[in-house]
Design a protein around this ligand. Structure first.
Ligand SMILES: C[S@@+](CC[C@H](N)C(=O)[O-])C[C@H]1O[C@@H](n2cnc3c(N)ncnc32)[C@H](O)[C@@H]1O
Length: 206
């Protein structure tokens, strides 16, 4: 906050906050290239190579670093990740780059978010998750895990749903479900569709 003095000698507050206040200085990290070259977390040194390719303006070379950067601890991720999706990342992969290329409160955007591995890791690391995907299932899988409800709230909600009032009964699914289970699943589906249509979905529904 700046204090100015008026022509009458009175102190006048300028309420516009300087940018330095809004964006505190970021802790410095070594350049990504330097960090990759010196990485030895799992015992092996990094191999530094040069990959050549033909670009529109002739031959190019990009530095390439080979090591075990994230696979060794892939079982140690947060249990919230445990949703199956085709070709999903191991959480350590986005974590590796989020930790090195962003700071807390930065936006992390994944335009092909799938089950939301990158968004969830970004959120767990205090970043702001942004994402999209052409598959509507992706948002369904991701949204609920970004705002996980308490188990007691889920139990209360389940008691509020009328499981005896389902309108449809898809008999072809009796191969997979006991009739009573099928009735409950359909009632739950009808409840959720109703909530979505009336735009009433909350984190418990998600
Ligand atoms: C390999 S998956 C990504 C998995 C994600 N990294 C994860 O960990 O769950 C690729 C995703 O890209 C989405 N996708 C493919 N083409 C797309 C497009 N043109 N626009 C948006 N999303 C697209 C697919 O629906 C799929 O979810």
């Amino acid at each position: 906050m700046q204090i100015k003095t008026t022509s009458l000698g009175l102190a006048q507050e300028n309420l516009e906050l300087p940018l330095a206040y809004l964006m505190p200085p970021r802790p410095s990290r070594p350049e990504l290239k330097v960090e990759l070259e010196s990485f030895r977390e799992f015992g092996q040194p990094t191999r530094s190579l040069a990959t050549q390719f033909q670009g529109p303006h002739g031959d190019k070379t990009v530095p390439t670093f080979v090591n075990e950067f994230w696979t060794a601890r892939q079982c140690a991720a947060h249990s919230l990740h445990e949703v199956s999706y085709r070709a999903c990342f191991k959480p350590q992969l986005p974590r590796f780059f989020i930790e090195r290329l962003t700071q807390p409160e930065d936006i992390v955007y994944d335009p092909f978010m799938g089950r939301g591995t990158t968004l969830l890791e970004a959120s767990l690391l205090g970043r702001v998750p942004f994402g999209c995907d052409i598959n509507p299932l992706s948002a369904v899988l991701t949204q609920g895990r970004l705002r996980p409800p308490f188990l007691t709230d889920v139990a209360t909600r389940l008691q509020e749903i009328d499981f005896g009032s389902s309108k449809e009964f898809p008999e072809e699914l009796l191969t997979f479900y006991h009739p009573e289970t099928l009735r409950q699943i359909v009632a739950l589906k009808e409840y959720l569709v109703g909530r979505r249509e009336s735009r009433n979905c909350d984190p418990v529904d998600d």
